[in-house]
Design a protein around this ligand. Sequence first.
Ligand code: VAH
Length: 327
Amino acid sequence: MTRKRMPKILVTGAAGQIGSELTMALRNRYGNQNVVAAGHKTAPSPTLRDSGPFEFIDVTQKETVEAVVDSYQIDTIYHLAAILSAVGEQKPQLCWRVNVNGLYNILEIARERGLPGIFCPSSIAVFGRETPRDNTPQETILSPATMYGVTKVAGEALCDYYVQRFGMDVRGIRYPGIISSETLPGGGTTDYAVAIYYEAIANRRYTCFVGESTVLPMIYMPDAIKAATDLMEADFALLRHYSNYNLTAMSFSAGELAAEIKKHIPDFTVTYKPDSRQAIADSWPRSIDDSAALNDWGWQPDYDLAAMTGDMLERLTARHAEGRLYP
Ligand code: VAH
């Protein structure tokens, strides 16, 4: 998408883990009043609420989204509203309604108005037990073991159909687990990789819901946001994929994560008590081949496990000292 003027952006799911930080990054980049944040039920943080427009929508109710798109003359949508993997297994029908019907509404609104840019993230959850788990290729078997993964496979196919059939510009990334300091994740299988930092600071101990040897691909939020904006600013003509770029920054086991935190907090202890989310984690890749993202739009992460851990603990320690560790 070649930019001639500042975009008018709508971020759905803006009160969520990615949406809350992505909205602020987009406001810094394009101007506060050019980025409309939208949520469903979760109230926005003061930072989000006081820095620019915030609206409540329900992506499963098309007219609620149309009203915002038309009143703000939106031309670009970052569609983050979604039900994640663990909650999606508890509520599979809701997961389908929000993740697929909601996406369909976004794509139809964009098609009917000729909007020039849509970003909709996918996930490594599209892969399953039949997928090669190490250095998982860009082109491979998609056999999701969760409704969340099913909705992301359907979402990728729907987005690519709108590119091919209607000539639209729809882009997306298969995100790995995302670790962040500003907003707690909302019911994913990788939530342990965020909670462990909070509990290390608050209580010096954590009970982890996946086993010590569980390895998953991960990314730190600043890199996740950089990937979204870099992809959206890339020359569409150079893209060989659209809504399903493999992406990662690092892979590590729960035990390696705990050991990295212990370098900063020596008396930190972890107990491992795998629950139902272990089976989901075991169906996902251990590492990802993201060479297509590197080749097509220059993807390079900035944070590894050591750099992320130092930054996370610094941010959370400062908040803890002010008595506001948890958002
Ligand atoms: C989840 N955080 O755990 C999301 C993500 C790859 C994991 O899609 O459901």
